[in-house]
Design a protein around this ligand. Structure first.
Ligand SMILES: C[S@@+](CC[C@H](N)C(=O)[O-])C[C@H]1O[C@@H](n2cnc3c(N)ncnc32)[C@H](O)[C@@H]1O
Length: 223
């Protein structure tokens, strides 16, 4: 059995997933009628703190398929060292931490800057009995993911402010090993990120799949 499909995590995830679905319907309703270009402008705004503060009650979670894929990828590569940018209420966090537990151990470094989300996230991680696998760093990822990183990162989820994807990738990249996987949710909202991982000379192989998810593997720079 996997932690994912067993108590306490399975019923907790079912509850969170239902809440996320309701929360996203409410959040999307606020956006209804906004032209795509205007929506992109808000999501890509350099004032990302204001945007996420306005969304502090919204889950904005990865889709259930993406969440399950994260678990599967982490299991498939036997990840023991994972970094997550953007935890929100913890749906992706729980999937990644469960994979580490089922792999026999490891550490997920995750980060979130909205205080109300952090408080609930801590409770959720404790309720899932996954606290031993999560190093939750409170604050802006530009700072929290710039220090005390593991010597080799196996898997990364990028799911925070879209304009920061290229910079967070650059902060983490020195710790990548050949085969490190990077999953970027809503990657279409970060054109500079897509250009970076799709550059044939950039050291990655990259492919879009599902709705707006980019999966990249670090191969290393030639020479
Ligand atoms: C799309 S949600 C993450 C959803 C989460 N991965 C899940 O699947 O449930 C993005 C989260 O990242 C947080 N965030 C955005 N930019 C951040 C930053 N620079 N540093 C820390 N957290 C950030 C937001 O507050 C928000 O809760």
């Amino acid at each position: 059995m996997t932690a994912l499909l067993s108590p306490p995590l399975a019923p907790l995830l079912a509850k969170l997933t239902a809440e996320a679905s309701a929360s996203d319907i409410a959040f999307r309703a606020q956006w209804a009628g906004m032209p795509p270009a205007a929506r992109h402008a808000v999501v890509q705004s350099p004032d990302y703190r204001a945007f996420y503060n306005s969304a502090k009650d919204a889950y904005l979670a990865v889709s259930p398929d993406t969440a399950r894929l994260l678990y599967m990828l982490a299991r498939a590569i036997k990840a023991s060292s994972v970094v997550e940018f953007g935890a929100s209420f913890g749906i992706s966090t729980l999937h990644l931490a469960a994979a580490l537990k089922d792999n026999g151990g490891g550490r997920l470094i995750s980060t979130e800057f909205e205080p109300a989300k952090v408080a609930r996230l801590r409770q959720t991680i404790a309720a899932a009995a996954l606290g031993d696998f999560v190093d939750l760093r409170v604050g802006d990822a530009l700072e929290t993911l710039s220090r005390d990183l593991p010597s080799a990162i196996d898997l990364v989820l990028l799911d925070g402010a879209k304009p920061l994807y290229p910079q967070i990738l650059a902060q983490l990249e020195p710790q990548f090993r050949p085969g490190t996987l990077v999953v970027a949710d809503n990657a279409d909202d970060s054109p500079a990120y897509l250009a970076r991982v799709r550059d044939p000379a950039g050291g990655y192989l990259s492919v879009p799949f599902a709705e707006d998810v980019e999966l990249s593997v670090w191969l290393g720079r030639a020479g």
